[in-house]
Design a protein around this ligand. Structure first.
Ligand code: HEM
Length: 366
């Protein structure tokens, strides 16, 4: 029996005729490529949302397992980078990039939602590794450290992906009100983040300039009224982002949607790790989280701090791309052409990459 026939039997359904032509504006997976919302006729009750095209290209186990496997090896790449050269450290960027490709390759209609979620979690390997290290490596209350949990989590993810059986896709309905609230709180965070990133760019001119800019900005965002609001908005962003991401993964399609969900996953874990690290340092250790704190560990050579190099570098890019993907959706909703939407995302990616590289240069030079 050929591959299509095997999947036909595995699902216990009759596939659509492979000669069925996709509708105009519908991509090769049978879903609309311009805004990611499913446009093909929704399945009737009891009818699985599978397409002829998806039946032909079920992702193999090797493809599904590569993201958790790469994530499992992520700390080893960082370790080798510290011991050998920054070029090897840069190879760690390959883990989220590979996971991004896998997350895109496994379409919702392929019927492997767990593998798709695991691939998205692997995109967020840098912030997850920092989060676990930050919370577990310097404590004595629990008898294990971040690396132990890391190995357990990714080994479990690998097994979970390996034993996953294909199931009919069941796309969740878009949550428009939640998405709008998420967009509004994103605008508040962007106000802060733009100033914050500008502050880090000032690090290019030395630590004193960075501290001078931060001192001015702190009078605003550390204001007794402003800071709790900012932190509450970040918490709201993480909570709404988690729900939106979970639902969107069941129906997102096309490169732009994958970029949005993957960078969203990264930002979720980044905000959890980053804000908790800043608050822990401030309130538990009484550290001034200024330039000295930021550049204290040797980013490229310190065995613990090296994890922060890919983490920070990708954070600014993920932030820029995620924001640009959101703007693209809004623009398309207001009648902008798909070409303009694509240019917005390309611009967001290009600008954030340059800005991130400049911030990184300042941090490494310190
Ligand atoms: C290279 C990238 C980044 C670096 C090096 C960095 C570094 C820092 C530092 C040093 C602090 C403490 C600030 C202070 O004590 O006044 C901080 C706080 C914070 N950062 Fe970042 N950050 C980066 C990117 C981002 C991004 C992209 C976001 C959001 C999208 C973000 C959100 C925050 C938030 C919400 C706080 C807590 C503010 C507060 O003190 O209440 N950061 N970050």
């Amino acid at each position: 029996m050929d591959q299509r026939g095997q999947r036909d039997r595995a699902y216990g359904v009759h596939m659509l005729d492979a000669s069925t032509k996709p509708q105009v504006g519908v991509d090769r997976r049978g879903q609309r490529a311009d805004d990611g919302e499913p446009t093909s006729t929704p399945p009737r009750a009891g009818e699985p949302a599978l397409t002829a095209q998806s039946s032909i290209r079920a992702p193999s186990l090797a493809v599904r397992a590569v993201a958790p496997l790469a994530a499992l090896l992520y700390p080893a790449i960082i370790w080798c980078g510290v011991r050998s050269s920054p070029i090897v450290l840069a190879l760690s960027l390959g883990v989220p990039l590979l996971a991004l490709a896998v997350g895109h390759h496994i379409a919702p209609a392929d019927g492997f939602p767990r593998a798709r979620r695991v691939a998205h979690l692997a995109v967020a390997a840098p912030p997850l590794f920092s989060l676990l290290g930050g919370w577990l490596d310097f404590q004595h209350a629990l008898p294990f450290h971040g690396l132990t949990v890391w190995i357990a989590v990714w080994s479990a993810a690998l097994v979970a992906v390996a034993i996953e059986r294909p199931c009919p896709a069941s796309p969740a309905a878009p949550s428009r009100h939640l998405a709008m609230a998420h967009g509004i709180s994103a605008a508040v965070i962007t106000l802060f983040a733009a100033a914050h990133v500008f502050n880090h760019l000032a690090g290019l001119f030395g630590g004193e300039t960075h501290i001078a800019v931060m001192s001015v900005l702190r009078t605003i965002y550390r204001n007794a009224l402003v800071e709790p609001v900012l932190l509450a908005v970040v918490a709201f962003q993480v909570a709404t982002g988690t729900v939106l991401l979970w639902r969107k993964l069941t129906r997102a399609n096309g490169w732009f949607d994958t970029l949005q969900t993957a960078t969203g996953a990264y930002m979720l874990l980044f905000l959890l790790s980053h804000v908790s690290a800043a608050l822990r340092a401030r309130y538990l250790r009484g550290t001034d989280t200024n330039w000295a704190w930021l550049s204290g560990g040797e980013l490229l050579t310190d065995p613990w701090s090296a994890r922060l190099a890919p983490y920070y570098f990708l954070a600014v890019i993920a932030f820029g791309v995620h924001g640009a993907c959101g703007l693209r959706k809004v623009a398309l909703g207001h009648g902008a052409s798909p070409v303009l939407g694509a240019r917005l995302v390309a611009l967001g990616a290009a600008v954030s990459t340059v800005v991130s590289a400049l911030i990184f240069a300042g941090l490494v030079r310190a």
